[in-house]
Design a protein. Structure first.
Length: 764
């Protein structure tokens, strides 16, 4: 908008003062031109009655009251409009315009443009500075509006206010190839309730905003709105606050670039759209502070990261606290830009991130408060979590119709969500025809532990798409609901990775129709209630049963890692079996064979039986081909009624004896009301001696269901010179016997009640 200078008096190389005090030039400045180097000062009682063309300094020095400019004010590149001392300047005519290509310094008092516009840097270089108690109020403002123009806006105190306007409240660097710098270190800036707030608005424009203090409020904030524009916003300072109550929409222009960096302070955003223009790029980096995306702005389609055709949006969170509410689409085009190709990336590298809190946003009137990576084909949505905590209290989709990728890496990384769908979209909700989704957890923890039915993990259950879940390194995935692998799903549990079904307080289900699960890491069941699993577990990994519930394996599993029962009962049913890596029981845990079809279950030589729990199974036999290792250290293993523990083919049995007093808890013990078949080598590991000779000094087999067979030899370590140990298979006692040191190692059988006592001296 141009200004018309209506004429008036020209002043040259003078200081002219208007006001009502004696000796001043009169109460009214009639307007006109102010030459470079000249100053017109308006004191108490003074006024301006005509248009002003200013190349010098127009200074308002009133202590109180209000000064109205009825014409147009135009400032050249050398001009200064200065407000001091507390007075008020108002441009009250609806047809007036304030155009400043020089400097406006408001350090006290106030400048008001009424219903007119304020232009800073319309045709050259403009400066607006607000400090102290200064105040500027305007209906709408333009900074660097002319081609190749520039503008500088600084606020260190005072206030800047846009009065109510429904559209276009402020544009910064709005001219073609224009540039602007906005610095705020204190004070308050409110840019109104309008639906536009362009920052780097003009084509090929450049704009920088730095906030280190104060409070700035927008309704809409749109960095890099012009084609090929570049906008940079930095927020820091613990007392700084940035608000965009409706929308933060970044990189709207074609090939536009925008960045928002927050390292401290508070940022409150309604909804956000990153990379909305064609071939645009936008990035949000959060390294501290508190950032909230309320999801309640005018954009009812939710939050988008990388929504424009060929666009790229990245959000990186490395510290601080970030809250995202409302549906969040990463790499989703939305209905406006459908058909393009976009790429979105959400990075969480630290701090705390929460999505989908109690707010109730919506997407296509069905989805509420969801996160979606790769919403539409052929979009690509990515999320990388390398530290901190990311919480999605509702559903999380990896791969809608497009491609979604979720990666956790970093020992401090943690994700928690309601339900996780990996290319497993519910058609009624997503209108999807199938996409591709992949989740990789190489370290950190992924929790799918929502309440009720909202705690499920679906991998490839949409037959027209593909889904994969990969867990390796030190990654942990915990599913509080159902883990379901469909016909096109792939679950890979790699070395070091952990997949836990159930959270200890919430039930988890690994559906039997998932078929074979390759486990090269650790598979954990931690359900508070009983479960049955009929799938086949293969691979080189371990299996852990936790919680006090019963767990039943119904298939012959082939994994080669250790099976650990840390609590409750692990039962084998039908042709079910554990892996070949041995069995460990902890505390009161139980291993039960009662529902097996076969009368005998064999633990192969590749695995040992160790621990302190209970073995049970009426009418069944547990044959051990590896080592029997009660404990660890000194502990008791119980054989329940009706079960036979068969050691006849065992590689050996090792019992720890840790005190010469032989008090309870200082030696390994096999107890219970079941029976034992002896066999293999009996290794007795004495420690903390010396031990006195004696008959039946300690009983290591106290089971009451009977015994048979013999150990092939007894090997004792930790005794004194000349001592050796014997074992009585009838009573289950160990005796310590002296022997001359010159005796060679010998094996002897002594008839005793139809059984033999075998003894072997320890070499000195």
């Amino acid at each position: 908008m141009s200004a018309v200078i209506l004429g008036g008096v020209a002043f040259s190389q003078t200081l002219t003062v208007y006001g009502t005090a004696p000796g001043q030039s009169g109460p009214a400045f009639p307007g006109g031109s102010i030459a470079a180097g000249d100053t017109v000062r308006i004191d108490d009682g003074g006024s301006v009655t005509g248009a002003v063309s200013n190349s010098g300094t127009l200074q308002f020095n009133q202590t109180s009251g209000s000064l109205s400019l009825t014409g147009t004010y135009t400032g050249s590149a050398t001009a200064t409009l200065s407000l001091t001392n507390g007075g008020t300047v108002g441009l009250l005519q609806s047809t007036t315009t304030t155009i400043i290509d020089g400097a406006v310094d408001v350090s006290g008092g106030s400048l008001s443009t009424g219903t007119s516009a304020l232009f800073i840097g319309a045709n050259g270089n403009g400066l607006l500075s607000i400090s102290g108690s200064g105040a500027v109020a305007t209906t709408y403002a333009r900074f660097a509006s002319g081609s190749a123009s520039s503008a500088t806006f600084t606020i260190s105190g005072g206030t800047f206010t846009n009065t109510a306007r429904t559209a276009s409240p402020l544009y910064f660097a709005s001219g073609s190839a224009s540039s602007g710098t906005f610095t705020m270190t204190g004070g308050t800036a409110n840019f109104g309730t309008g639906s536009g707030g362009g920052f780097a608005y003009g084509p090929n424009s450049r704009a920088t905003m730095t906030l280190t203090g104060g409070t700035m409020t927008w309704n809409w904030l749109e960095p890099a709105e012009g084609d090929n524009s570049v906008a940079t916003i930095t927020v820091s300072g613990s007392a700084t606050r940035l608000t965009a109550s409706s929308i933060l929409r970044m990189s709207i222009g074609t090939s536009a670039t925008s960045t928002l960096a927050i390292d401290s302070g508070v940022a409150a955003i309604g909804t956000f759209l990153l990379g909305t223009g064609v071939n645009s790029t936008s990035a949000v980096t959060i390294t501290g502070g508190s950032v909230g995306f309320a999801g309640t702005g005018a954009n009812t389609n939710g939050n988008f990261i990388g929504s424009g055709a060929g666009s790229s949006g990245t959000m990186t969170i490395s510290a601080g606290t970030t809250t995202i509410a409302g549906p969040t689409l990463v790499g989703g085009l939305g209905t406006i830009n459908a058909g393009g190709v976009s790429r979105g990336l959400l990075k969480v590298e630290g701090g705390l991130v929460t999505t989908n809190t109690a707010a109730t946003g919506s997407f296509t009137n069905v989805l509420e408060n969801h996160v979606i990576l790769g919403r539409y084909a052929p979009t690509t949505g990515e999320m990388l979590v390398t530290g901190g905590t990311f919480t999605a209290q509702r559903d999380f989709y990896v791969g809608g119709s497009g491609t979604g990728t979720l990666t956790l890496s970093g020992s401090s990384a943690r994700m928690q969500m309601g339900r996780l769908f990996v290319s497993s979209t519910i058609v009624s909700q997503m209108n999807s025809v199938g996409g591709a989704g992949s989740v990789t957890v190489s370290s950190g923890t992924l929790l799918v532990t929502g309440s009720g039915n909202a705690a499920n993990l679906f991998v490839g259950t949409n037959s027209s798409g593909t889904g994969s879940l990969t867990i390796n390194g030190s990654g942990v995935v915990i599913v509080g609901g159902t883990l379901s692998r469909g016909p096109v799903g792939l679950i890979t549990l790699g070395p070091g990775g952990t997949l836990q079904i159930g959270s200890g307080t919430s039930n988890g289900v690994l559906l039997s129709n998932t078929g074979s699960l390759v486990n090269d890491g650790t598979l954990v069941f931690n359900r508070p209630t009983d479960f049955f699993y009929s799938g086949v577990i293969s691979g080189s990994g371990a299996f852990i049963k936790r919680s006090n519930a019963w767990g039943t394996l119904q298939s012959a599993n082939t994994y080669t890692g250790l099976t650990s029962v840390e609590a409750g009962v692990l039962r084998l049913s039908g042709s079910g079996g554990i892996g070949t890596g041995g069995l460990s029981l902890t505390g009161t845990a139980r291993f039960d064979l009662g529902n097996l079809t076969s009368a005998t279950y064999t633990l192969p030589a590749t695995g040992d039986l160790l621990g302190t729990g209970t073995l049970s199974g009426l009418g069944k036999t547990l044959a051990v081909l590896g080592q029997l290792l009660p404990g660890p250290a000194a502990g008791s293993l119980s054989v329940d009624t009706g079960l036979t523990l068969d050691l006849s083919g065992a590689a050996g049995s090792t019992f720890d004896i840790t005190s010469p007093g032989f008090t309870a808890g200082t030696f390994d013990l096999v107890s219970g009301s079941g029976s034992v078949v002896y066999g293999g080598v009996l290794n007795l590991a004495f420690s903390n001696g010396p031990y006195a000779d004696g008959t039946d000094v300690v009983r290591i087999f106290a089971n009451t269901g009977g015994s048979s067979g013999t150990f092939t030899s007894v090997v004792a370590t930790g005794l004194g010179a000349g001592q050796y140990a014997t074992f009585n298979p009838v009573t289950g006692f160990v005796s310590l016997v002296p022997e001359p040191a010159t005796y060679a190692l010998a094996l002897a059988g002594i008839a005793c009640g139809g059984h033999s006592i075998w003894r072997r001296r320890k070499r000195a």
